[in-house]
Each structure stands twice: as C-alpha cells, then as structure tokens.
Write a protein that binds this ligand. Sequence first.
Ligand SMILES: Nc1ncnc2c1ncn2[C@@H]1O[C@H](COP(=O)(O)OP(=O)(O)OP(=O)(O)O)[C@@H](O)[C@H]1O
Ligand SMILES: [Mg+2]
Length: 260
Amino acid sequence: MPQVLIEVDRLTKSFGATKAVDGISFEVYAGEIFGFLGPNGAGKTTTIKILTGLLTPTSGRARLGGFDVVRQPLAAKRILGYVPDEPNVYQKLTAVEFLDFVGDAYGMSARQKALRIGELLALFGLDGAAGDLLGSYSHGMKQKVLLCAAFLHDPKIYILDEPTVGLDPRSARLLKTLLREVTARGGAVFMSTHIMEIAQSLCDRVAIINRGRIAAAGSVLELQRLSGERTLEDVFLGLTDGVTGTGMAAAARGPLPETP
Ligand SMILES: Nc1ncnc2c1ncn2[C@@H]1O[C@H](COP(=O)(O)OP(=O)(O)OP(=O)(O)O)[C@@H](O)[C@H]1O
Ligand SMILES: [Mg+2]
C-alpha cells in the first residue's frame, strides 16, 4: 500500500451560517496527482487554505506527511509547496530577491539557493526578467514565480489552487511535466481545477465537491463507469448544481426584495 501523504478527516469550515466545507474526508497517496473539481463557491479554496495553514478548520483534521496542519504547522509546511489561486507577490522585490527570501525560509544554503533559483527561472523562461521588480511582471509571470517558489526546496507534497489559470500553453505543459516528475519520485499533488481536460489527462484520481460535500471520488474512468456518463464533464454536471454555498446564508438573510 503506498504511503498516505495527504489525509483529510471529516473536515468542516463554517463562515457564520455558511458551511463552506461540510465534513469532507479523502486521502492522497504518494505517487498520485489528485484533482479537486467543483463549481464556484463549492469549497475548494477553503479546503486548500486549511491544508496550507492559512485557515483553521471549524472541526475535523488534516495531516500532511503525518503532520497535523493545526498542531504541527511548521513540520507540515516544511514538506509542502503551495501555489495560491491569486498570484499576490511582493511588488518591490525582484524575482531573485523573492526566491532567495523563500529559500532562506526553508533553510537552504546559499549554494543550493543559487543553483535551484537559476535552474527554475531558466526552466520557466524568466531568466531574462530575473532582476526586474515583481510589480512589473504580468499575471502569468507572477504565477510562474510562485511556481518556482513552490518547487524551490523540492518538497514532497504540492498543493495548487487552479495552477494553470493564466499560464500560456508551453508553461502549462511544463507544469504538467514537472508534476509528473514529482509523482515519479514518490511525491503527491493535490490541485483544484475547472479544466476537465487537465483532470482527465493529468489526474490519477479526482474528487468532485459540491456545496462543501464530496459528491464523488475515484479515477475518471471509475466515475464515468459508475455514473453511466460518457465524459467527465457530464459526470460533473450531473453531480453539481451550480448553487454557491449551502444556501444557509441566503436563508438567514430572508427572502430577496421583489424586483419592480
Ligand atoms: N473569508 C470568507 N468569509 C465568508 N465566506 C467565505 C470566505 N471564504 C469563502 N467563503 C464562502 O465559502 C464558500 C466556498 O468558497 P471557496 O472559495 O472555498 O470556493 P471555491 O470552490 O474555491 O470556488 P471557485 O471555483 O470560485 O474558486 C463560498 O460560499 C464563499 O462565499
Ligand atoms: Mg477557489
């Protein structure tokens, strides 16, 4: 049995009356890319923010490499590479300065940092802009710098929130190759995406989340077979309803005023 690298157990997160994540459980094993699919507002980013220590869960547990994300946050973060959905970067640093800072946070030596930063910037085609301020970077370039930061210390676990949004086709292909290399080395990848083609071509297993609950999980083929649907898109549309949240917030607000 492969090692469990990401373990989520009855995880819940409420924002007031809204249960953004409602008792989800799943495991991601060493050597697999796990896709997290779901409509807007289904709870993907909330789940990812709990896994990466940016939000505390209301109840339930999550572990990365066996380390509890709430009780052992530093140990959990040490083995994690994270790419957020919005590429918010320090505008006043150059790419090299930013990556150097990230390398320091992970305790990398000056030699390791120099080697790895040069390698990654060249790989993502950013070597020409390495000395430019990140404030001058395009959206996709910022996204690439954050990918460089996630890969910098060669972590075992990668958590990516819609990582291909804003990437050009060559960079998206490069990212897929890099993630495949991660799993070949025994790492695990957990990524949210709205792109069915990516889920289909890249993910070993997927989970479909709807209104904070997991509606189905398995390989794309398994989901197609079980549901009798022809494509992953049909499986997705059959299991999700496009309604944001649990509707509890709306219920608490009362009926909407009538439009004239
Ligand atoms: N900080 C917050 N305060 C209040 N409600 C929040 C907060 N963050 C998220 N929510 C709510 O939690 C629910 C889930 O949001 P989340 O961002 O996890 O969705 P998502 O699946 O990532 O959607 P998308 O596909 O649009 O990125 C939504 O109803 C959202 O309004
Ligand atoms: Mg999101």
